[in-house]
Design a protein around this ligand. Structure first.
Ligand SMILES: [Zn+2]
Length: 328
């Protein structure tokens, strides 16, 4: 089994207000890939090969000055390059048969698959696609799970240095590979990440997946949001340790961005459920994360829910008063 350490550079629209032509025609492909860089490592993390190709964009053809400034890539550098489908085919053949994708952060594989969808390329991976997010493993190893450190910072911290400038696909892939060589290898398998573009095709494929820090559940995709929210499966909480269904201590409530609940397993204690509603090409889907927590976190969530309840109550009273004034 090999590791494919991947990094991408992409272009983005210059005008980003929602009514602009560029945004309307781009649908879901806001970021168009213009460079693929990758390093192939064997199972002992020895380098086997490198891949580096520029790509001629077909949607966002003008290179955004911000992107030019960061990467140094100009339009004239891309004019003679191949388009995405040809480069992607070369890349996927280069990857070989047996590999795990590794990236710094969770955006590269997602954007790669969005670009495949735009070009009607069959995604060569199926649910559940697990990959190694080196940025996430760095956060876990350094006990700062909610921090997202930049590649440069992590390199500095890990004592990785090099002559190549950052923000080019191949050099960033090389830096990421160097970081991996300095990490605890047991953590690669223990703390895998789950890709969100490959969803379960039907209910029978839906399952809880252990990602080391928490359980993660992806639902199949639903055309209709209401139908999805009426589906009881999405509200289940299972213990991250024994997978038993658990009784709720605090029912699901919304904080505006996500839904939160608290439950307790008789044998393994308290857990927090978080539910995100996401949108993709085909409609809506759910990401649900369940994490074991302590009493302190439980009390924080109770406080948060009570504050939200209170705010809602005040809002209702104010609305009533407004209506009353209006009627008077
Ligand atoms: Zn349990």
């Amino acid at each position: 089994m090999n590791y494919i350490v991947l990094d991408l550079e992409w272009n983005q629209p210059i005008h980003t207000d929602s009514k602009s032509n560029e945004i309307t025609k781009s649908k879901y492909m806001l970021f168009e890939i213009i460079e693929v860089g990758a390093v192939k490592l064997d199972e002992n993390l020895n380098e086997i090969d490198r891949f580096n190709k520029l790509i001629k964009p077909v949607l966002h053809k003008k290179i955004n000055p911000i992107i030019s400034n960061i990467t140094g890539i100009k339009e004239r550098d891309l004019s003679k390059e191949k388009k995405f489908p040809a480069v992607f085919e070369e890349f996927i053949n280069w990857c070989g048969e047996d590999y795990i994708m590794c990236t710094f952060g969770n955006q590269d594989i997602y954007e790669l698959e969005i670009n495949m969808q735009y070009h009607n390329i069959n995604i060569p991976w199926k649910y559940p696609l697990k990959y190694i997010d080196v940025q996430r493993i760095f956060s876990i190893e350094n006990d700062e799970i909610n921090e997202q450190r930049s590649l440069e910072m992590v390199c500095m911290f890990m004592g990785v240095s090099g002559k190549n400038a950052y923000h080019r696909a191949l050099s960033d892939a090389i830096y990421t590979a160097e970081i991996m060589k300095k990490m605890n290898r047991n953590n690669f398998e223990k703390y895998m990440s789950l890709d969100y573009t490959n969803l379960p095709l039907d209910r029978s494929e839906e399952k809880e997946i252990n990602l080391g820090t928490h359980l993660e559940f992806l639902s199949r995709s639903f055309k209709d949001k209401e139908e999805m929210l009426a589906n009881k499966d999405i509200y289940i909480t299972r213990c991250p340790v024994c997978l038993k269904k658990c009784r709720k201590k605090i029912k699901w409530f919304s904080d505006g961005a996500k839904y939160i609940c608290m439950a307790r397993c008789e044998n393994h204690g308290l857990m927090e459920g978080i539910l995100y509603i996401k949108k993709n090409y085909n409609g809506y889907y759910i990401v649900r994360k369940t994490t074991g927590v302590d009493e302190e976190r439980f009390m924080d969530v109770v406080k948060k829910r009570n504050i939200l309840k209170e705010k809602r109550k005040i809002r209702r009273i104010k609305e009533k008063e407004k209506k009353k004034k209006f009627n008077d």
